[in-house]
Design a protein around this ligand. Structure first.
Ligand SMILES: [Zn+2]
Length: 108
């Protein structure tokens, strides 16, 4: 393949990424698709579940309830973060605050 074709493909892909952003970072003002970041640790979750299953009988299933609670906590407390700077201050693209940032960035 000619290098010119490759360059064009690269450019098209970059443009597509730029157009597909769903959020704007309130911290670094990047146009982004935020990352989901769970609270707590996946390793701890595994340990909690293994312990819960081992202790299920002596605790009459209460340990499983606790493990389940931990999983729910991790799932529900997931944060959206900026992939560029790691800030949690991400704004939906359509929100007035995001629009204001975009306007400001365009004016530069
Ligand atoms: Zn950012």
């Amino acid at each position: 393949m000619k290098s010119g074709t490759m360059e064009r493909f690269k450019k098209i892909r970059q443009e597509r990424i730029a157009n597909e952003y769903t959020h704007v970072c309130g911290n670094c003002h990047s146009k982004i698709t935020p990352l989901k970041k769970n609270s707590g640790s996946f390793v701890i979750e595994i340990i909690v579940w293994v312990a819960a299953l081992l202790l299920a009988k002596p605790t009459l299933g209460l340990s499983i309830l606790i493990a389940f609670g931990y999983s729910v906590y991790r799932f529900t407390s997931a944060k959206t973060v900026c992939p560029v700077c790691g800030s949690e201050n991400v704004l939906p693209r359509q929100s007035p605050a995001a629009q204001a940032i975009l306007k400001e960035e365009d004016a530069k």
